[in-house]
Design a protein. Structure first.
Length: 140
């Protein structure tokens, strides 16, 4: 059986995560630029999310520039949501490697700060290599 591992991680952790996956013999992966928010509610502060440059700091954006967000805050309207830039790595693996891959991703990406990311594991019903028509584990 095949599994898909999807990891949403900090931008500065992509290279070490890729090196770790390659050390496990897993070189094929998809990396996507994504934005989102988690338990921190989209608040971008350098003490919570150290990878984000100061120009993304929610407080400085709101207090220095007249924006719809600053208007909303000044008038007790719904709090604006700030999306935090992240990277999403997707990789398909044999089910027997699940624990090893998840543990490696966690060890590389865990800083102890909010915003370390998430890992999702999903079963893959079928995999087909378009070029050759191979199916199943041989197609990965």
């Amino acid at each position: 059986m095949l599994l898909e591992i999807t990891a949403v991680i900090r931008r500065d952790k992509v290279a070490p995560t890729m090196r770790g996956l390659e050390a496990l013999g897993l070189g094929s992966m998809t990396i996507t630029t994504v934005s989102g928010r988690g338990l921190q509610g989209g608040n971008v502060m350098t003490d919570l999310d150290r990878e984000v440059p100061a120009e993304y700091d929610a407080v400085s954006k709101i207090t220095r520039n007249l924006t719809p967000a600053s208007f909303a805050l000044a008038h007790s309207l719904t709090r604006p949501v700030f999306w935090i830039p992240k990277r999403m790595i997707q990789i398909v693996i044999p089910s027997g490697m699940k624990a090893e891959v998840v543990d490696m991703i966690m060890s590389v990406n865990r800083t102890g700060w909010m915003g370390d990311g998430k890992i999702f594991v999903s079963p893959i019903e079928e995999s087909v290599r378009i070029r050759t028509g191979e199916r199943g584990p041989e197609s990965v």
